[in-house]
Each structure stands twice: as structure tokens, then as C-alpha cells.
Design a protein around this ligand. Structure first.
Ligand code: FAD
Length: 433
């Protein structure tokens, strides 16, 4: 039985390799170079569209752990990245041309991989199928996928607010409450007095923003306004928007604060909170500087910064199993950025898992879910259980992992303990396969 894959990017290339190395024939469909995306420049598979860095290499960084796990499983993307790495301090950066060319060559020369270079306009009929057409899926295919998922569960851009580690919030300042005490106290409130608000407001309107790419300009017309753009409309605007203090009383003063930033739990375990209404296009160092002016967040650890991109992704909490199979048709897998994972390595990791599971399906075996305390497992666990209504793409970070069994002081030792636990679990898990 042959597996069809749409898209030979980071995810599709990795999935194709995982299938072929297990002796399963693959039809890999890629539209470039005949039809290009607005960001790709070549016809090579696994082209890195922007930075040439696969981010941190050390295990204290969750993306470093993810790479090590993929290395242990036999990832093509990581093998080629290691082979074509260039010096980059603590990061794994690559010679992008040599990297993509080597992957293209490996896949095109594999006797079990048949390459079809054309735009896929309709979801193919063949099964099993892996859809890995990426953040810039062509418009015709996007429409076809929307037909499968339903319009409400398919998005054309992301607008993610920053996320902080819950243990880094100063709880002597922040307080739990819902406006007018309605319902449960679902929000963690960071109160500001007028002076604190003015300092924050000034820093916000003066902060530096990322320049918008030409193909991203439509985002702001889609009804999603960055917090800094809203702020520039006037000093009062935020006070009637995301920072409105009505219905809240600061237990420290017994009075209504001048302004309030609300945080909401980002995952079930409550290890991460997002800043409600703070979708932003600010540069990352400016996000750290400006948002750390919010009372209670002075020492906050930002596990993800806010981003706004042109992006194609589906509502995975509603649609996918953690095996990357579509709930309503387990013969269809999604992989890569389109599932709501964010980043080169995360996209390749999901392609790896989807490829392994498609291979198991062909062999009549049950698809597997990676343990949630590994990076390979934490990502799908998050994208398939996050709150569906507010779902936004996510990169790998230690906030996604279940808490450690023992309490460890200090961020670095804690991250090292996470990494050691993950690698032990992964080795045990792989030995059972
Ligand atoms: P891709 O690598 O984009 O692969 C999808 C493939 O599907 C492409 O080759 C595309 O040509 C093909 N395709 C699309 N539609 C069709 C169709 N209808 N028929 C056939 N083929 C089709 N992540 C980082 O970690 N670092 C960065 O610096 C970074 N920069 C980014 C910059 C931009 C502009 C964008 C859009 C994203 C960026 N990302 C970055 C996010 C993301 O990690 C990458 O886009 C990554 O390549 C996603 O992997 P993927 O396999 O899901 O998609």
C-alpha cells in the first residue's frame, strides 16, 4: 500500500523518509518550482524560508531536547542539519542550500519514493494520506481542506499573545477574579495604578515592531488588531479594551485599579498563562522589556512571545488525535505547521510522528502516541487538548511538559531534569516499538 504526502517541506520530507526507510512506498506531491509560495525561493524540498537556524542546541532548551529526541529516532532533517551545520554559538544553524539540496537528493533518489511535481488543488482520494502543505498552503487546496474541516476550524493567519510560565508570576501582586465575580475566578489579574499605566503605555507605543511582509498586510484587515496598534489610537483606548478595569477589585487596596492586564490559563495543567488580548507584532526583546513593566510580570519568564503571521492551520484540539490522525477519518494525517505546531523543528517532528504512524497503519499496527513528558509527545498533547476556542500555534517549550515529580529549585536544573526524564522515557518507549 502506498502513502500519499502533499507538500515536501520540513514535515512532508521527514514523513516521506520515515515511511520509505520502513519499506513503504510513497507518492510525494510538491507544487514548487512550477507554483511557488510567497516565501519560498527554490524548488528544493525542506527549504528554510527565513532564518537558517534550527534554534538552540542545548538540552536546557526544549527545542534542543526535541532535536535530540528526533536524532535518536532517526530523523532525516536532523541528520542533514548536523551534516550541514555552520558555527552558530549555542544554536544548530545550517548552510541552507546544502541542507535542502541534500534532503532533495536523498528523497528523489530513494527507489520507494515517487515524486510528483504539481499543485494539488483538491484533497487526493488516495489513503493513507498525509497533508503537510504548510503555512502557505495554496489557495485552491486551502479551500478543499476547509471543506473537510469546516470553515470555523481553518485559519489563514495566527495572532498569538505572549505566554508566561505561571510559576514566574508575582502572586503577591496578581490576584484571581472574574469581572463582577461572575462564574469561577478564571482570570489572573495584574492591576496597575495610573502612574504604572502611563509608564507601560509610553513604552508600548514607542516599542519597535517587526516589519510586515507584503503578503501579511491583509492580516490587520481580518479584524485582529495588535495591542500596540490599538494603543496608538490614544491613551484611553486600551482602558476601554483589553486593559479595562471594570468589575474588578484589587484585594491589596480594596479599590478598582486604574487598569488591569488579565492572564488566562493556557493549558490544562495551568503551567502557562497567556496575556489576554495582547496579540502583538512587537520585536521579541521589546515584548520582554515592555510587558515586564506590567505589575506582577516584572520577573516573568516568557515561554512564547506574541506573533502575528500569515499562517494556515487547523483547529487541532477539535480535529486531530495526538497521533496526528484526523478524528473523523483516521486514514488522513496532518503534519507540520498546518497542525498548529510552530517552527522548523516542530514541523519536522510532527512529520516524523505522522510518517511513523502512517507506516504502522499500513502494517496493520496501532498508531502510537509519544509519552507526554517527551518533547515529541508534549507538542501533540498540547495541540490536541488546548482550549479549542482560543487555539493558536505553539512552539515547543518546557511549559508544555507535565510538572516534574520532585520540586527542583532554579530554572536551569529544572530544565535539565525535564530533559533527562524525557530522554529516559523516550528510550523506554522506543524499546517497546
Ligand atoms: P513548508 O516547509 O512550508 O512545506 C510545505 C510544502 O507544501 C511547501 O514545499 C509548499 O510548496 C508545498 N505546498 C503548498 N501547497 C501545496 C499544494 N497545493 N500542492 C503541493 N504542494 C503544496 N520557523 C522557524 O523555525 N524559523 C523561521 O525563521 C521561520 N520563518 C518563517 C517565515 C515565514 C515567512 C513563514 C511563512 C514561516 C516561517 N517559519 C519559521 C515557520 C515554519 O516553521 C516554517 O514555515 C516551516 O517550513 C513549516 O514546515 P511545513 O513542512 O509545515 O511547511
Amino acid at each position: 500500500m502506498k502513502v500519499t504526502i502533499v507538500g515536501a517541506g520540513l514535515a512532508g520530507s521527514e514523513a516521506a523518509w520515515q515511511l520509505a526507510r520502513q519499506g513503504i512506498p510513497v507518492r510525494l506531491m510538491e507544487m514548487r518550482p512550477a507554483t511557488m509560495t510567497p516565501a519560498h525561493k527554490t524548488g528544493d524540498f525542506a527549504e528554510l524560508v527565513c532564518s537558517n537556524s534550527l534554534r538552540g542546541a542545548a538540552l536546557e532548551n526544549a527545542v534542543g531536547l526535541l532535536k535530540e529526541e528526533m536524532r535518536r529516532i532517526g530523523s532525516l532533517i536532523i541528520e542533514m542539519a548536523d551534516l550541514h551545520s555552520v558555527p552558530a554559538g549555542g544554536a544548530l544553524a545550517v548552510d541552507r542550500h546544502a541542507f535542502a539540496e541534500a534532503i532533495t537528493e536523498r528523497l528523489t533518489q530513494h527507489p520507494l519514493i515517487e515524486i510528483e511535481q504539481k499543485e494539488v488543488q483538491q484533497i487526493p482520494e488516495e489513503r493513507p494520506l498525509i497533508i503537510a502543505s504548510g503555512p502557505l498552503t495554496s489557495p485552491a487546496l486551502s479551500q478543499s481542506i476547509q471543506g473537510l474541516t469546516g470553515e470555523d476550524y481553518f485559519y489563514f493567519y495566527d495572532a498569538a499573545a505572549p505566554i508566561v510560565a505561571s510559576e514566574s508570576v508575582d502572586m503577591s501582586v496578581a490576584f484571581w477574579a472574574s469581572r463582577y465575580d461572575k462564574g469561577d475566578a478564571d482570570y489572573l489579574n495584574c492591576p496597575m495604578n495610573e502612574e504604572e499605566y502611563d509608564r507601560f503605555y509610553q513604552a508600548l507605543i514607542e516599542a519597535e515592531v517587526h516589519p510586515l511582509k507584503e503578503f501579511e498586510k491583509e492580516i490587520y484587515f481580518e479584524g485582529c488588531m495588535p495591542v500596540e496598534v490599538m494603543a496608538k489610537r490614544g491613551r484611553e483606548t486600551l482602558l476601554f479594551g483589553p486593559l479595562k478595569p471594570v468589575g474588578l477589585t484589587d484585594p491589596r487596596t480594596g479599590r478598582r485599579p486604574f487598569a488591569v492586564v488579565q492572564l488566562r490559563k493556557e493549558n490544562r495543567q495551568g503551567t502557562m498563562y497567556n496575556l489576554v488580548g495582547f496579540q502583538t507584532h512587537l520585536k521579541w526583546p521589546d515584548q520582554k522589556r515592555v510587558f515586564s513593566l506590567i505589575p506582577g510580570l516584572e520577573q516573568a519568564e516568557f515561554v512564547r512571545y506574541g506573533v502575528m503571521h500569515r499562517n494556515t492551520f487547523i483547529n487541532s484540539p477539535t480535529l486531530l488525535h495526538p497521533t496526528y490522525q484526523l478524528r473523523k477519518d483516521p486514514n488522513i494525517f496532518f503534519a507540520g505547521q498546518i497542525t498548529g505546531v510552530e517552527g522548523y523543528v516542530e514541523s519536522a517532528a510532527s512529520g516524523l510522528a505522522a510518517g511513523l504512524n502512517a507506516a504502522r497503519l499500513v502494517k496493520g499496527k496501532e498508531p502510537v502516541v509519544f509519552p507526554p513528558d517527551t518533547a515529541m509527545g508534549a507538542l501533540p498533547a498540547y495541540i490536541t487538548t488546548a482550549e479549542a476556542k482560543h487555539f493558536q500555534p505553539m512552539n515547543v517549550n518546557y511549559g508544555l511538559f507535565p510538572p516534574l515529580e520532585e520540586r527542583i529549585k532554579g530554572k536551569r536544573p529544572r530544565q535539565q531534569a525535564h530533559a533527562q526524564r524525557a530522554l529516559r522515557r523516550l528510550d523506554d518507549f522506543l524499546s517497546t516499538l
